[in-house]
Design a binder for this molecule. Structure first.
Ligand code: NAP
Length: 295
């Protein structure tokens, strides 16, 4: 039987403590007052890990950097909120390139993120996607310098294969604290491609993105959603909240990133901490998500 651990835990090999759930700002846009309500809802839900990226908002009229800038406006209006937060952002995706992590780009990107959020230090700086044209040694040097300069507390990656993590880590004296794959019953690949195994062997935190498959597990009649809804009912939570707890049940200690931009739904995410799973229940959801029976 798996029951979630509600306590803060270290972010990988660091002394940075984070909550068992994160809140994400991929879809964070609009005016400052409602944006602040969402940030406060996440804190009310016990969430201390806030995940954004410089690219978030690039698909809105406000453009590249706008999600970080909106977050910065909220923090400027209510500076004390910062004290309760671990702020994670990402760089390395630039429309038109599409990936850039070279030494001519990354140091400027981190400075721009700091400026937009109006903070002195980023707690976790993640390489959003691997730039095939930059040697990992060059990426490692830029990341090391950010930490040495005090601009960043720790470093992580997103959408990296285990081989890509190994290549980057080989040129770093600092540990890569975290990896961020897409992970849900509808996207269970990290179970099979070595990403979660590597996180456990290297002691890296796992931030799971799109834990509801972009919302598909919150409603509708997908077989996985139906099972999640039934399971959730036993713990007085909805299918979406049960889906978060499904991710958390993995022994890598997956931290699902709640993507909702609705204050009530963000607060409801805390219910994931009271959902437990037996082996049979968890595997039934996995197989329903895969649409296949495991061998
Ligand atoms: P998700 O939780 O899979 O999907 C969120 C969507 O589901 C929202 O549109 C939300 O709508 C909807 N939803 C959630 N709960 C619902 C409910 N109970 N009923 C109806 N609709 C519901 O997560 P995501 O937004 O795709 O991703 C989460 C975070 O992961 C992002 O914010 C970002 O931090 C991170 N991410 C990272 C990457 C990467 O490459 N590293 C890529 C994508 C995302 P409402 O807002 O209306 O609730």
């Amino acid at each position: 039987m798996f029951t979630p651990d509600p306590h803060p835990r270290p972010l990988g090999k660091s002394d940075i403590l984070v909550s068992p759930l994160a809140w994400g700002m991929w879809r964070f846009t609009g005016e400052v007052a409602p944006a602040r309500v969402l940030v406060e809802a996440a804190l009310e839900a016990g969430i201390t890990l806030f995940d954004t990226a410089d690219i978030y908002g690039a698909d809105t009229p406000a453009g590249f950097g706008s999600a970080e800038a909106l977050f910065g406006q909220v923090l400027a209006e209510a500076p004390s909120l910062r004290d309760a937060m671990v702020i994670a952002t990402k760089g390395g995706i630039r429309p038109g390139n599409p990936y850039r992590s070279d030494a001519g780009y990354l140091p400027e990107a981190v400075d721009a993120s700091l400026g937009r959020m109006g903070i002195e230090r980023i707690d976790l700086y993640q390489i959003h996607r691997r730039d095939f044209l930059t040697h990992p040694q060059e990426v490692a040097a830029s990341l090391t310098r950010m930490v040495e300069q005090g601009k960043v507390r720790g470093i992580g990656v997103s959408n990296h294969s285990p081989a890509e993590v190994d290549a980057l880590q080989a040129f770093l004296d600092l540990p890569i604290l975290s990896t961020q794959p897409e992970f849900s019953p509808l996207h269970p690949q990290p179970l099979f491609d070595g990403v979660l195994d590597q996180a456990m062997t290297r002691g890296m935190a796992v931030l799971g993105w799109s834990p509801l498959g972009g919302g598909r597990l919150s409603g509708g009649d997908h077989p996985a959603t139906l099972l999640l809804r039934d399971h959730g009912q036993r713990f007085d939570v909805d299918a979406a909240t049960a889906a978060l707890s499904w991710s958390m049940a993995h022994p890598a200690g997956v931290i699902p990133i709640v993507g909702s931009q609705n204050a009530d739904r963000i607060r409801a995410a805390a219910g994931a901490l009271r959902v437990s799973w037996t082996h049979a229940e968890w595997y039934a959801v996995l197989q329903a998500g895969m649409g296949a029976t495991l061998p």
